[in-house]
Design a binder for this molecule. Structure first.
Ligand code: V47
Length: 372
């Protein structure tokens, strides 16, 4: 017997999802507007299970934020500092290597490296950082520098974006994280992150990264001043680039944390909006392999539920997260592998430890191997 949806506006969308047809901009807006979250979840879960069955991915990763000094002063951000402000820091290279090593175990398969746009650090610092990390931790994947950082480094280095990417790759960067995308529409971007590259430049940088052989992720920051159309526009633009390059691995909706930002008068996101952002993304981004419910941002409890609403990935152990914790996140700054496995199993899903490229990682007591 077919489940009847409370919101009959979803029936034509259901027909398309069941037939594997692409959804339109209007469909995306309808999905965001519906209060029928169970119908939305049903549809997103259909796609999720079509792609991955019950498999749910996570990794064992560590964040490294070499500096919080930033020339931009984005209203959305609680992490960046001006050079001489209290709390500003920049790691010497040795310090960054020690940070990478602290609490390091053989089980870490990824370093996630992002930071501020420092006005004085030379490009060579970042190249030495990456090559130094690769030398010390050759088996660890370096997922480093957002499109915004890459575009900034290109200016510092006086190189084209393509050549900047090639030099970073040569120094050991294996892929790029999805940050800095925020919301692409100019109206919103001017308010929340006026100093960053615009949406078109973010997308062009992603395309160039993919063209030189670097995969990347993509994010969307929601729950501030954007509306339904802005969010769907963001998804459509990502989908168009993915049609061209196939270089995106994972989409990650990021819940805005207003504390300690200029936008602190805004409320935090609701559970409904967190779940919707996952489900709508799964349905609209038909060419993205993975949708990540980043537990650090949406809490472990909501992320676990998201595994039945379209998400197939929980990110990872995330040792030492700083960006949302500066913005008042109350989630722990890391999670044990066993706890991630418990969350996934309790949702009736099959936990798969992956490396950054989604290859399964097999562990023994003392070592791990990655299937190739
Ligand atoms: O781009 C900044 C966001 C992003 C705040 O690629 C904020 O696997 C909420 O991109 N409240 C950086 N969000 C983090 C990021 C990320 C995280 C996890 C996994 C991956 C991946 C990428 O954090 C920024 C911005 O969108 N951010 N300030 C804030 N107050």
């Amino acid at each position: 017997m077919q489940v009847v949806f409370d919101d009959s506006r979803l029936n034509p969308i259901r027909g398309k999802v069941e037939a594997g047809e692409r959804l339109s901009f209007e469909d995306g807006v309808t999905l965001y507007r519906t209060p029928d979250i169970l119908a939305l979840g049903y549809l997103a879960n259909l796609v999720r299970e079509r792609l991955h069955g019950s498999k749910t991915y996570f990794n064992v990763n560590r964040h490294i934020n070499p500096t919080n000094v930033c020339v931009a002063a984005c209203r959305l951000c609680a992490f960046g500092r001006k050079k001489d402000s209290p709390g500003a820091y920049t790691m010497a290279l040795e310090e960054a290597f020690q940070t990478a090593a602290s609490g390091y175990t053989e089980s870490v398969t990824e370093f996630h490296i992002v930071g501020g746009l420092h006005p004085d650090l030379p490009f060579q610092y970042f190249l030495d950082l990456c090559s130094g990390l690769k030398q010390r931790f050759p088996q660890v994947h370096l997922k480093a520098f957002t499109m915004v950082e890459v575009a900034f480094l290109a200016k510092i280095a006086k190189l084209s974006i393509r050549d900047t990417l090639l030099k970073l790759k040569e120094a050991g960067v294996d892929s790029l994280p999805g940050g800095g995308a925020e919301i692409f529409t100019d109206r919103v971007r001017h308010i929340i992150c006026d100093h960053k590259i615009d949406g078109a430049q973010w997308l062009d940088t992603a395309k160039l990264a993919h063209q030189v052989g670097l995969k990347s992720n993509a994010t969307m920051l929601y729950g501030h001043i954007e509306n339904d159309e802005d969010r769907v526009d963001h998804l459509m633009k990502l989908r168009a680039v993915q049609d061209e390059t196939g270089g995106f691995q994972t989409f990650i909706p990021l819940a805005f944390h207003p504390a300690n930002t200029v936008l602190s008068h805004l409320g935090t996101t609701t559970g409904f909006m967190d779940i919707k952002s996952i489900a709508v993304a799964r349905l609209v981004l038909d060419n993205f392999p993975h949708i990540k419910a980043y537990w650090q941002m949406m809490t472990a409890k909501i992320a676990q539920i998201a595994l039945r609403f379209g998400a197939d990935d929980l990110d990872g152990t995330v040792i030492e997260e700083k960006i949302y914790h500066d913005a008042g996140a109350t989630t722990p700054q890391g999670m044990r592998r066993e706890e991630l496995v418990r969350l996934i199993k309790e949702a009736g899903r099959e936990p798969i430890e992956r490396d950054t490229m989604y290859r399964p990682v097999t562990r023994t007591e003392t070592s791990f191997t990655v299937a190739v």
